[in-house]
Design a protein around this ligand. Structure first.
Ligand code: 5GP
Ligand code: ZN
Length: 118
């Protein structure tokens, strides 16, 4: 069973901030912003690339509720999901990072040489 399935099953403790029948949100163990929450579907999905529109629909309102609950809905926030090796995904259970609480920088990307792509 994967790490986030164990968190879903409460086999591994986490600091939960929101939960319903299908989704779970908890604080990232290594926060990269004053607010850094991870939102996951309780059912195991490898990554965004395997995500069904049905699960995404519920995830949308779940993430919006997290932003309200952590009071970053008005000030703004960022939602990120890393996909696969080049995307930098380290945990193989789909998760959305919800980051806020400060003015976020735009960075941490590899140097890009778009020649030949466009
Ligand atoms: P990824 O790099 O896969 O997009 O993000 C994985 C995230 O999970 C990282 O930000 C990391 O800090 C977080 N993480 C890894 N293990 C644990 C854990 O056991 N508990 C919690 N709450 N977060 C974790
Ligand atoms: Zn899992």
């Amino acid at each position: 069973m994967c790490l986030f399935c164990k968190i879903t099953n409460k086999e591994i403790p986490s600091n939960i901030i929101l939960e319903d029948e299908n989704y779970l949100a908890f604080h990232d163990i290594n926060p990269k912003a004053p607010v850094h929450i991870l939102a996951i579907p309780k059912v195991h999905v490898d990554s965004f690339h395997e995500l069904s529109p049905e699960i995404m629909t519920g995830m949308t309102s779940f993430i919006q509720e997290i932003a309200r609950k952590t009071s970053i809905d008005k000030s703004g926030y960022r939602v990120i999901t890393n996909i696969g090796e080049n995307g930098g995904q380290e945990v193989g259970h789909l998760h959305f990072h919800i980051l806020g609480g400060t003015k976020l920088k735009w960075g941490h990307f590899a140097d890009a040489d778009p020649k030949g792509l466009f």
